[in-house]
Design a protein around this ligand. Structure first.
Ligand SMILES: *[C@@H]1O[C@H](CO)[C@@H](O)[C@H](O)[C@H]1NC(C)=O
Ligand SMILES: *[C@@H]1O[C@H](CO)[C@@H](O)[C@H](O)[C@H]1NC(C)=O
Ligand SMILES: *[C@@H]1O[C@H](CO)[C@@H](O)[C@H](O)[C@H]1NC(C)=O
Ligand SMILES: *[C@@H]1O[C@H](CO)[C@@H](O)[C@H](O)[C@H]1NC(C)=O
Length: 503
């Protein structure tokens, strides 16, 4: 973990800064963010905390760390057979879920087992890397905005006092220890959930897109998977796909696809007005643009996941303002690789065609992003496995949801208000360490068995209306394949309009 700057002073619970007491952003039973035990797990915590103290190691389970861990996340060898839980960050769920794609993963539903007449016979996991530092570009932008904040001559409210001594201490691009813990925990959960599919000859087949944080997430996932079975089944990361070549796990092959800012900007301009007014009063002399404000809001998320305690920047905003922020991130994604961009969902076609190949046990048929050298070889694209795990990015996953037809939108998300029943919420679609799981099932039906498919996103069974699913979310495999005409048709001409990447 990066060491916090010396003068980094997290707010105490009593001090909600500019935020009203009844919208306190901190968890209710938290004295100090670092000492908050996970609720409802006290018995297990007691046992483990004593153990951790006894052997004097930093223990990252259950949100309790007696000793500050200053190195990169390493599952402790003595404790790695204990069910892991990612550290608590000391902030209310509602706040963390207002960070959009920078929200930490949370299951959006309780995992439901398939109908009793069905067995899961294959799993296809697509997972986003865990929590990371801001990207290089975001890091630059955020620091510029912080610089503007620090121009204030006075700090007229305790919520902004910390700025007097604030120091930037974040890295760039890479996975943070919290993100490694998220990935490790996912591997553990997936082994426990799909144990019956695993044996010596049937270890998960793991691929990762070539960014370091994605590779590290895949490796931590395999470590968590192996830990869950006491190192009997130790999957390997088999394929790393270069992000400068054909890659179905990254969205970098469609130069025509640009971030459309116009539609998203209206919302940002609107929701940041009252924030700007407030900050003008508490920080006289400071002039902030709407993007400066969202940059600073994102810093609340980035510092909190990096330091594993609430960033003081969080205290500058209300819960409601973070919901507005999440909506802003949702609009950005909608118009980038989502349904709002004509070059969005085509960038998910390559993965969908690989998925269809695995589900049907037939060679990949695709002429978009797939690398045919990789996909034609049983070494790098086997078709006889029971568990496939792929590691990727948020924008790519949004494109893949679109290519599949998930989260359909009757109309574009509003850029003037937050619709409360909206499904387009980035904390539910692509939080850090988010996951889409396509399960292939074999079900007993009158007269024999039949293959079916269901898809879960962050444990929510998706309503696959487009292939005739009922309440249980199951489609017949054949009907599912038939429904994927957009991918099977190579994106209906969209790919050809993408242009070529200049290498
Ligand atoms: C899958 O096929 C490869 C050869 O193509 C073989 O070596 C391997 O044992 C097979 N695995 C399973 C689980 O059948
Ligand atoms: C987990 O990720 C971290 C980076 O955050 C890395 O240093 C570590 O080696 C990874 N663990 C494994 C088992 O690969
Ligand atoms: C395809 O993958 C192979 C093996 O990793 C690599 O050598 C080649 O450069 C890739 N080609 C493209 C076009 O991505
Ligand atoms: C890489 O992708 C391009 C564009 O779709 C395609 O023309 C080319 O054949 C692919 N290369 C490989 C090795 O699959």
């Amino acid at each position: 973990m990066p060491s916090k700057p010396e003068h980094y002073l997290p707010l105490s619970t009593a001090d909600n800064g500019a935020v009203d007491a009844d919208t306190s952003i901190y968890g209710s039973n938290i004295q100090h963010p670092r000492q908050a035990p996970g609720r409802g797990r006290r018995l297990r915590i007691g046992i483990w905390v004593s153990l951790a103290l006894l052997i004097s190691v930093g223990f990252w389970g259950y949100g309790y760390r007696p000793i500050r861990c200053s190195s990169a996340f390493r599952p402790n060898s003595d404790l790695q057979n204990a069910a892991p839980t990612v550290p608590s960050l000391g902030l209310k769920k509602k706040i963390q879920q207002g960070w959009g794609p920078y929200s930490p993963y949370f299951p959006s539903a309780k995992y439901s087992t398939p109908p009793v007449n069905c067995d899961i016979i294959q799993v296809n996991l697509l997972q986003r890397h865990g929590a990371r530092y801001p990207t290089a570009k975001a890091s630059e932008d955020i620091q510029k905005s912080v610089k503007k904040l620090r121009k204030a001559k006075h700090h007229k409210h305790k919520s902004v006092k910390f700025l007097e001594n604030y120091k930037w201490n974040l890295g760039q691009d890479d996975l943070v220890p919290f993100g490694a813990a998220q990935s490790f925990e996912a591997g553990w959960v997936h082994f426990k959930r799909y144990e019956h599919l695993i044996d010596e000859g049937n270890l998960p087949f793991v691929r990762a897109s070539g960014a370091d944080r994605v590779i590290m997430s895949a490796l931590n996932w395999t470590a968590g998977f192996a830990a869950a079975n006491k190192q009997v089944y130790t999957p390997k990361l088999s394929v790393i796909i270069s992000e400068t070549a054909n890659d179905t796990l990254d969205n970098a092959m469609c130069p025509a696809c640009e971030r459309s800012v116009v539609d998203a900007d209206a919302w940002r301009a609107k929701f940041t007005v009252p924030i700007e007014h407030r900050l003008k009063k508490t920080l006289p002399g400071v002039k902030l643009s709407p993007s400066d404000i969202t940059n600073i809001m994102s810093l609340c998320a980035f510092e909190t996941v990096a330091y594993e305690e609430p960033s003081p920047f969080c205290g500058m905003f209300t819960t409601h303002e973070f919901q507005s922020y999440e909506h802003d991130e949702g609009l950005k994604k909608y118009y980038y690789t989502g349904y709002g961009n004509e070059f969005g969902r085509v960038q998910g076609v390559g993965y969908v065609n690989e998925l269809l190949a695995r589900l049907t046990g037939t060679p990949v048929d695709d002429h978009t992003q797939t690398n045919s050298t990789l996909d034609l070889s049983p070494e790098t694209f086997p078709l006889n496995r029971t568990f496939y795990a792929d590691f990727s990015h948020d924008n790519t996953m949004v494109a893949i949801y679109g290519a599949l037809g998930l989260f359909p939108q009757k109309q574009a998300p509003s850029n003037s208000k937050i619709e409360h029943h909206r499904t387009w919420r980035m904390s539910r679609l692509v939080p850090f360490s988010s996951r889409m799981t396509t399960e292939k099932l074999q079900c007993n039906v009158p007269g024999g068995t039949k293959d079916f498919v269901r898809i879960l996103v962050n444990d929510v069974v998706q309503p696959l209306g487009f292939c005739g699913a009922g309440d249980d979310g199951l489609c017949e495999l054949e009907a599912f394949v038939a429904s994927q005409a957009y991918a099977r048709g190579g994106g209906g001409g969209d790919w050809e309009k993408c242009g070529t990447v200049l290498q």
